[in-house]
Design a protein around this ligand. Structure first.
Ligand code: NDP
Length: 328
């Protein structure tokens, strides 16, 4: 089976790529530049099943028309995840939304043999930020972020990011209904994703989600930061969910909230200090905010259909910190 994997240079995609190759898929990986292809090729020097297509900008018209040709399944992870927003539309919204519609149209028009497309969405498309802690609620696949376009283009970069994921996922489901393609769509909706990094990364370029743990380890936080979104998952489980969704019969046209559980940054600082006592003095211990009730998280559908057995918070943080500690 030939899989097209978009955004292969990314944190999550690095793990998706690893599992796809382990499972015997032939992978056509899209990256923005030849140097990103060289890095990935260097991880699997003997693997002739890995090829590349350069897609410099997923927001460009017809970005994927060439890349999709000849593939059997598609995994679309590419989408900007950062908060350095100067122009909400150009920086986040267009690449997320147009990138998604572009891969879907390209697949329909140039790869009619494709039966399944997996799209990386997010808890950002599920969470309703206006509800705050909402302790009486349990988030699941049935929830949608009600964010508006006005908020999307407003001054708050995290609203713009959440909107980019919400509108991109909506565009995918709208496409399915309107275009009636030969393929089914599955979305994977993770909250904050942590865990070991196998993509090309330095202390300066740590991906946005792991940067929150890096900042706890490198001495840059004087006090324990508030826990804004108390939901997390390990990257290896997210990657497995993407690959299992390609194969699980129940996953056709489904959305999966792939979430391990709740956390607080207090818990994480405790885990880091317990396992890496050499980081005492760097990891903040002041400013513990008493834990409060917050929304619950339902991951039963992902366990049932995709067979995910979630990695524990301690395991995930320890495995990531082993890497980070070498940078301190
Ligand atoms: P990364 O930043 O590591 O990966 C993002 C990928 O998208 C990179 O390969 C990047 O390329 C590519 N990309 C971004 N913008 C463009 C563009 N305009 N044109 C071409 N390629 C582009 O982040 P993650 O691995 O964390 O994110 C992967 C996916 O997972 C995204 O869809 C994100 O929204 C989603 N997600 C992530 C979560 C997390 O906590 N990490 C949580 C929920 C969802 P390059 O490397 O060249 O910049």
């Amino acid at each position: 089976t030939i899989a097209l994997l978009t955004g292969a240079s990314g944190f999550i995609a690095g793990h998706v790529l690893k599992i796809l190759l382990e499972k015997g898929y032939t992978v056509k990986a899209t990256v923005r530049s030849q140097s990103k292809a060289e890095y990935l090729k260097g991880l699997y020097p003997a693997d002739s099943k890995l090829t590349f297509a350069i897609v410099e900008d997923i927001a460009a018209p017809n970005a994927f028309d060439e890349a999709v040709k000849g593939v059997d399944v598609v995994v679309h992870t590419a989408s900007p995840f950062h908060f350095k927003v100067t122009d909400p539309v150009n920086d986040l919204l267009d690449p997320a939304i147009k990138g998604t519609t572009s891969i879907l149209y390209a697949t329909k028009n140039f790869a009619p043999q494709v039966k399944r497309v997996i799209v990386t969405s997010s808890f950002a498309a599920i969470l309703n930020p206006s509800k705050g802690d909402w302790p009486e609620h349990t988030y699941s696949e049935t929830d949608w972020n009600p964010i508006t376009w006005e908020e999307a283009i407003g001054p708050n970069p995290s609203s713009t990011y959440r909107a980019s994921k919400t509108f991109a996922e909506k565009a995918a489901w709208d496409f399915l209904e309107k275009e009636k393609p030969n393929f089914t769509i599955t979305t994977i909706n993770p909250p904050l994703v942590w865990g070991p990094m196998i993509h090309d990364v330095t202390p300066e370029t740590v991906n946005t989600s792991n940067a929150s743990i890096w900042s706890l380890v490198n001495g840059s936080q004087a006090t324990i930061p508030p826990t804004a979104v108390p939901a997390w998952v390990d990257v290896r489980d997210v990657a497995e969910a993407h690959v299992n969704a390609l194969e699980a019969p129940a996953a056709e046209n489904q959305r999966y909230f792939v979430v391990a559980g709740k956390y607080s940054f207090s818990d994480i600082c405790d885990i880091v200090l317990k396992n890496f006592p050499q980081l005492a003095g760097k990891v903040p211990t002041d400013g513990v905010i008493p834990s409060k009730e917050s929304y619950n998280l339902d991951n039963s559908k992902s366990k049932k259909d995709l067979g995910i057995e979630y990695i524990s918070l301690e395991q995930s943080i320890v495995d990531l910190t082993k890497q980070l500690v070498a940078w301190v």
